[in-house]
Design a protein around this ligand. Structure first.
Ligand code: PEP
Ligand code: MG
Length: 885
């Protein structure tokens, strides 16, 4: 409730920039600029606290406010020697909202408040400028009616445009004569009365308090609430700024404009701005006339120009950031109405940060903190040229960033064929993808699916290999049989060009011009600064030599997760892998494994060679084996068809039936909790043995070539010490044998992935055998919540978000309260046993800034993420160190 003596109203001269939460961004800056002696039209700010209290007791707050506001008005009257509502020389004010954070959706500005039918005449007489007075009144009527009273702006525009049209085809507002303005005012007032049911308020006090009330109300309008929810902005409340008017519409020696101290799109150090003479308020941004440039200002207003240039310098040095300034020129005198840290593109953010460090304006830490780590990803991927003409036909989930154009192909084999034979850019379009689509995903330039969420197969693979993906586009109806998809009446056939934008989820028919990412020199410099500051290591999740090369290029300090199953999925390897799975005896299985071993060894050899002695963590086979086999129903149908058409030999049919039998035997009700990870290794030890042989043979050969190598073997899905011990003992033996055989000195480790809650609970025991821990937070999240991730994301999580059961998707933003606590405990317990135990995170959270911050706080040694997220992780890791110092 309102405390009686709480101060709700601050004159600009009483505030300062540190009071941003109380006075809002605008109010705090107006106060700050007043304090540093700039030419600011004076005024006062009503606090955000008053706004919050307003929502507890509206009448009481307005009653408490009234005398304080009238006192503040009185101080302005004294200062400017004018009276609010005076019919001869009225004091006029503007009313603006101003939250602590920039908030679209809040109330727009009301200018020229205080005018009425009588004082407009006084203003005309006093200034000797009748046109100006009536233009100001016309604007006030329009703004108040629209912004405060909610009358459709279009109705006013219609009236205004009708008068402009009478002046000629391309007439501007400045072509209107005084008589026109008077007529417009008459029509505006009639419109107001018709819409509201009472005449336009003539009392300046009533105008003012209605406006203040409207600002408070706008804090909780639907647009504002949605925006706050989406951007996780707390319920700060908004401040209200009341400021004495200065006039840019007083004639041709007046004007209004906006200026930036650096170019907001490129970050170049050049003053940038636009202005209009004889104009007010939003005229510049509203585009009613084409604004003029700073070069033109130098000609037209040389004195003002010089003054503005030096003010810009002063403001930038004071705020130590690029400023976005609003100014007004009244009769040749420059006034600053607002300054704030300017919004900027990711490219300019990077350039500005690096340049300012070089100029000695900010520290390296401040430069790093000025970057929005997430938006950096825009610099690493192509994007759609938003200036181009295009029509978005549907939207899906933005699963892997970047935009790409290609022909739509509905089948993975065909995708691979078109890539290999004709080097075509293909977008693979599937209802959803499965492991046997991996070759299609690799051959494509991007993927579009109708079903699945951000952790669907298509999404995970695409992110891993850095290809754009839009998934779960429910409006895209895919007809595989007829090789086409439809969205409403739009049909896209095989071979038609489409464009997908994995950054935003947009789907477009046809080609669209794309903009290349810019890896500027400054970007590299910024990342070097981040490396100087960060404590966390940054590694990559990389399974191929191409990934490893990319990872190094982006600054990875090692590979934190090499998922070997991806090596099994290559099209030419699948038959041998299937042979391995279907073997009836150990001997038969060994024949297949002997064929796979040189392939795996080749993969590891290439990766080790590229990584040149940086640690490479290789995970032994993890997924359930059915993932490598054809889809059961499809196979069943195919076999049935073959039988009915006599299209296959007995031998072929027998093979198919055996396959059906095997898939049936491997079927599990819940494969994610079934025979996978180390359970697979305990059941079929020879698969792990083959992998370890391949790893150590490759490592020893590299070592023999004089190149350093550091393999780390990761045994996945361990929940009990005994599991780890059995598998490890068996594999260490093989590692040692291989090393002895090559007779080299090799630095290697065996460790595990903590991804089952039980493993975290008994981490002290696990650490007796594990030489490192890497948290698999994807599975750890699944198992801690008991959510099956694909089902959860596709089905009930959206409902959870909608109903407010949870706000963040725990598969994207690490759940610090639950999963995170398990991690923290596991690290502590693990280090109780093994003091120098190295711990990392290799689930997808490893590339997400808030999770990286948490990883830093709980003492992890490194994070591991997709190569394409490494720059984000480097910056986020540096930010974590600065924030938590
Ligand atoms: C994990 O579970 O977090 C993990 C890295 O393994 P995967 O995503 O391959 O299951
Ligand atoms: Mg896992």
């Amino acid at each position: 409730m309102t405390t009686e003596n709480e101060k709700y109203v601050y004159d600009f001269s009483e505030g300062k920039k540190e009071l941003k939460n109380l006075l809002g961004g605008k109010g705090a800056n107006l106060a700050e600029m007043t304090n540093i002696g700039l030419n600011i039209p004076q005024g006062f700010t009503i606090t955000t606290s008053a706004c919050l209290k307003y929502y507890e007791n509206q009448d009481q707050v307005m009653e408490t406010l009234k005398p304080a506001v009238l006192d503040a008005i009185k101080r302005l009257e004294d200062k400017y020697n004018k009276k609010f509502g005076d019919i001869k020389d009225p004091l006029l004010v503007s009313v603006r909202s101003g939250a602590p954070m920039s908030m679209p959706g809040m109330m727009d500005t009301v200018l020229n408040l205080g005018l009425n039918d009588e004082s407009v005449k006084g203003l005309a007489e006093q200034t000797g400028n009748e046109r100006f007075a009536y233009d100001s009144y016309r604007r006030f009527l329009q703004m108040f009616s629209d912004v405060v009273m909610g009358i459709e702006l279009d109705h006013f525009e219609e009236i205004l445009n009708a008068y402009k049209a009478k002046k000629g085809e391309n007439a501007k507002d400045t072509d209107l004569e005084i008589s026109d303005l008077k007529n417009i005012i008459r029509e505006y007032k009639a419109l107001y009365e018709k819409e509201i049911g009472s005449p336009f308020p003539q009392s300046p006090q009533e105008q003012l308090f209605n406006s203040i009330d409207a600002v408070f109300k706008s804090w909780n309008n639907k647009r504002a609430i949605t925006y706050r929810k989406m951007n996780k902005i707390p319920n700060f409340g908004t401040a209200v700024n009341v400021q004495v008017m200065v006039f840019g519409n007083k004639g041709w020696s007046s004007g209004t404009g906006v200026a930036f101290t650096r170019d907001p799109s490129t970050g170049e150090k050049r003053r940038f701005g636009e202005y209009l003479a004889n104009a007010q308020g939003e005229d510049v941004v509203a585009g009613i006339r084409t604004p003029k440039t700073m070069t033109e200002m130098k000609e037209e207003f040389p004195k003002v120009y010089d003054e503005l240039m030096s003010l810009m310098e002063k403001l930038e040095n004071h705020y130590k950031d690029m400023q976005d300034i609003e100014f007004t020129i009244e009769d040749g005198e420059l006034f600053i109405l607002q300054t704030r840290n300017g919004k900027r593109t990711p490219t300019s953010a990077v350039k500005i940060a690096v340049d300012m460090v070089k100029e000695g304006l900010i520290t390296k830490e401040q430069a790093i903190m000025s970057i929005d780590a997430k938006s950096i990803s825009d610099l690493l991927f192509k994007s759609i040229d938003d200036k181009a003409d295009f029509e978005v036909i549907a939207k899906g989930i933005n699963a892997s960033p970047g935009a790409v154009t290609g022909i739509a192909i509905f089948d993975s084999d065909r995708t691979e064929e078109l890539k290999n034979k004709e080097n075509m850019d293909v977008i693979l379009v599937r209802p959803q993808t499965k492991p046997d689509d991996v070759h299609g995903l690799y051959a494509s330039v991007g993927v579009l699916t109708q079903f699945g969420g951000k952790t669907s197969h298509a999404a995970v693979v695409a992110r891993g290999i850095g290809k754009p993906a839009v998934v779960g586009a429910q409006d895209v109806k895919i007809d595989i049989k007829n090789k086409q998809f439809t969205v409403g009446n739009t049909i896209v056939k095989e071979g038609d060009y489409i464009t997908i934008d994995g950054t935003t989820g947009r789907i477009i028919k046809g080609k669209v011009p794309l903009v290349d990412p810019e890896l500027t020199g400054e970007f590299i410099e910024l990342l070097d600064i981040a490396d100087e500051i960060k404590k966390l290591g940054v590694r990559a999740n990389a399974d191929t030599p191409t990934d490893a090369t990319k990872a190094l290029e982006f600054g990875a300090q090692g590979i934190g997760l090499c998922r070997t199953e991806h090596m099994f999925m290559a099209q030419e390897r699948l038959p041998v892998v299937q042979q391995m799975i279907m073997a009836k005896t150990t001997e038969e299985r060994q024949v297949a494994l002997d064929k796979i071993l040189p392939m795996q060894k080749g993969d590891f050899y290439d990766i080790f060679k590229i990584m040149k002695g940086k640690p490479v963590t290789i995970r032994l086979l993890d997924p359930p084996l059915h993932e490598f086999l054809p889809e059961f129903t499809e196979l069943l149908l195919e076999t049935q068809k073959l039988k009915m058409t006599n299209a296959a030999t007995d031998e072929e049919l027998k093979e198919k039936e055996e396959l059906i039998h095997i898939i049936r035997t491997l079927h599990e009700e819940n494969p994610m909790m079934g025979l996978r990870g180390c359970r697979l290794g305990i059941t079929w030890p020879e698969i792990n043995e083959m992998q370890v042989r391949a790893i150590f043979q490759a490592a020893c050969e590299i070592k023999k070539e004089g190149i350093n190598v550091k393999p780390e073997v990761m045994i996945p899905l361990v929940g009990m010490l005994s599991e780890l011990k059995i598998v490890k003992d068996q594999l260490v033996k093989i590692a040692k044998e291989t090393i002895d055989h090559y007779n080299v000195d090799l630095d290697y480790k065996f460790g595990t992935m903590i991804e089952i809650p039980r493993a975290a609970l008994v981490a002290d025991k696990i650490a007796t055998e594990a030489e490192f821990f890497s948290f698999g937070t994807n599975d750890l999240t699944q198992m801690t919540f008991g959510f099956s991730r694909d089902d959860a994301e596709g089905k009930f999580l959206p409902i959870y978000f909608e109903r407010g059961v949870m706000t963040d998707n725990p598969f994207e933003i690490l759940d610090q309260e639950g999963v995170g606590q398990l991690m923290k405990m596991a690290i502590q317990k693990g280090r109780d046993t093994r003091k120098d135990l190295k711990c990392g995170i290799c689930g997808e959270h490893g590339g997400e800034p808030s999770s990286i911050d948490f990883a830093h706080r709980i003492g992890l040694n490194y994070v591991s993420c997709s190569p394409y997220r490494i720059p984000i992780a480097r910056i986020a890791a540096a930010q974590a160190n600065i924030k938590n110092k």
